[in-house]
Design a protein around this ligand. Structure first.
Ligand code: DP6
Length: 441
């Protein structure tokens, strides 16, 4: 290494979206292979607003694998990164470098080190599935760099799964199911697309970022504790059917009526037929049961806070008043609410309600408070802080005493849509790694 011909750097950049589960994954039957105790379903979020961008580079001059996350170098020695890199190297093929015509042979990939630079366009580990977007993006970018072709559909999703379970759902756009699978080696624990992003155009998503600080209990350790100690989780996933080792961990065999397997079927139907009422009922119920499972864990895990509960109240009151669901809410392992509005009009009304109940603090500009798709803000007719002051209380809160409106209680809002899956960024400017030094730009 080190001579003139050997100084090339080859790289690819990709972007992958975040996703939000409407039927939650919580609990593994195999910790190493990251195999879940139940199937889950998610909606892919528009990568324009919530995504990871990752550049992967290879060069004979690189001395070791290296990783930069959001501008800071971190260790790539973690088992999850190692597993993803190993599986991708094993599937690499002969690749011709376009600019020079040089061929990187299949077997060369085993000795070539990789530099990875990744950044999110939203806060890391705030319960907004940053690891999902990150690992999906890493696997997708490596597939482009190493010329990996899937041998079976969903093979890349099974590799992303080794990075973080929910990452397998971030490779595809629209509505995605992670099928738990049955095989011991995890080859059938893959994500499949239920419907494309263009399937249900009416849906609008508004996220209330309640805290962009890092969460206290990671999903990984939280779900381990729940699997060990929560009888409700066992009931939820109907685990005993699938896993002997989990059964041994818990002595009390519980009711046989399954929750998630049934909900998966109902949710597939609701999505395919665009039945918002069903979609909303199942989404809220599954989020609430997931958080009940956290509370049922010993010691209990609290991801929701008072603001989250106020957001639930806002939606529940409105839905009841309207006579049928207008909005659905769901919360992952953090206090941020992800809300689905039935259509654009309802989204504008939701935004008005959110701005009324959760006004920004006095020094916050409206454009800093409402991120993402600005057309919803326009439809809501709100252009300034003054407009928020003149919003009136929605009918359903009339007569509710002590409805507190604390400016700044919500950090900010993100308006977004159902989005597409992972894709390559072709422009040179998108690369996060310098093509000469091979280091973070
Ligand atoms: C609450 O995928 O972050 O967001 O597999 O251990 O990396 P690991 O966990 P992770 O868990 C996500 C949990 C969830 C629900 C979901 O996305 O389905």
């Amino acid at each position: 290494m080190g001579n003139e011909e050997e100084t090339w750097v080859v790289m690819k950049t990709a972007r992958a979206p975040s996703n939000i589960a409407v039927i939650k994954y919580w609990g593994k039957r195999d910790e190493k292979l990251i195999l879940p105790i139940n199937s889950s379903i998610s909606v892919t979020l528009d990568p324009e607003h919530l995504s990871a961008t990752t550049t992967v580079a290879a060069s004979p001059a690189f001395e070791k694998d290296r990783l930069w996350l959001n501008g800071k170098e971190v260790s790539v020695e973690g088992v999850r990164y190692k597993n993803c890199l190993r599986e991708m190297r094993a599937r690499a093929t002969d690749v011709v470098i376009e600019s020079s015509g040089k061929v990187i042979r299949k077997e060369d990939w085993n000795s070539l080190h990789i530099h990875i630079a990744s950044e999110n366009n939203f806060p890391t580990a705030a319960g907004l599935a940053s690891s999902a977007a990150g690992f999906a993006c890493l696997v997708y970018a490596l597939a482009q760099l190493m010329g990996v072709q899937e041998k079976y559909e969903g093979e890349l999703t099974a590799i992303a799964r080794l990075g973080s379970g929910s990452a397998c759902r971030s490779l595809y756009g629209g509505f995605v199911e992670w099928k738990m699978g049955q095989e011991i080696d995890g080859t059938d624990s893959i994500a499949v697309q239920l419907a494309e992003e263009s399937h249900w155009k009416d849906l609008v998503i508004i996220i209330a970022v309640v805290s962009s600080r890092q969460k206290e209990t990671s999903s990984t350790s939280g779900m381990q504790e729940s699997v060990k100690t929560s009888p409700l989780l066992k009931y939820r996933a109907e685990m005993e059917k699938y896993d002997e080792s989990v059964r041994k961990m818990q002595s009390n065999r519980v009711l046989m009526e399954e929750v998630v397997p049934k909900r998966i079927v109902q949710m597939e139907k609701a999505i395919k037929s665009m039945n918002f009422t069903e979609f909303a009922k199942i989404t809220c119920a599954d989020s609430n049961q997931f958080h009940a499972t956290c509370l049922d864990t010993s010691p209990p895990i609290f991801y929701l806070n008072d603001t989250s509960r106020k957001l639930i109240g806002l939606v529940e009151r409105w839905n009841r008043h309207a006579g049928e669901p207008q909005v659905a809410y769901t919360f992952d392992a953090g206090p941020n609410a992800v809300m689905f509005a039935k259509n654009k009009e309802v989204a504008a009304q939701l935004l008005q309600r959110l701005l009324y109940q959760f006004p920004p603090s006095a020094d916050t500009d409206i454009s800093r408070y409402v991120h993402g798709d600005q057309s919803i803000l326009e439809s809501a007719g709100v252009n300034s802080l003054k407009d928020i002051d003149s919003l009136s209380a929605p009918a359903e809160v009339a007569g509710i005493p002590n409805l507190q409106r604390i400016p700044g209680e919500v950090d900010y809002l993100i308006c977004t849509n159902v989005g597409k899956g992972a894709y390559v960024l072709g422009e040179q400017g998108a690369n996060l790694i310098d093509p000469v030094s091979g280091l973070l730009k």
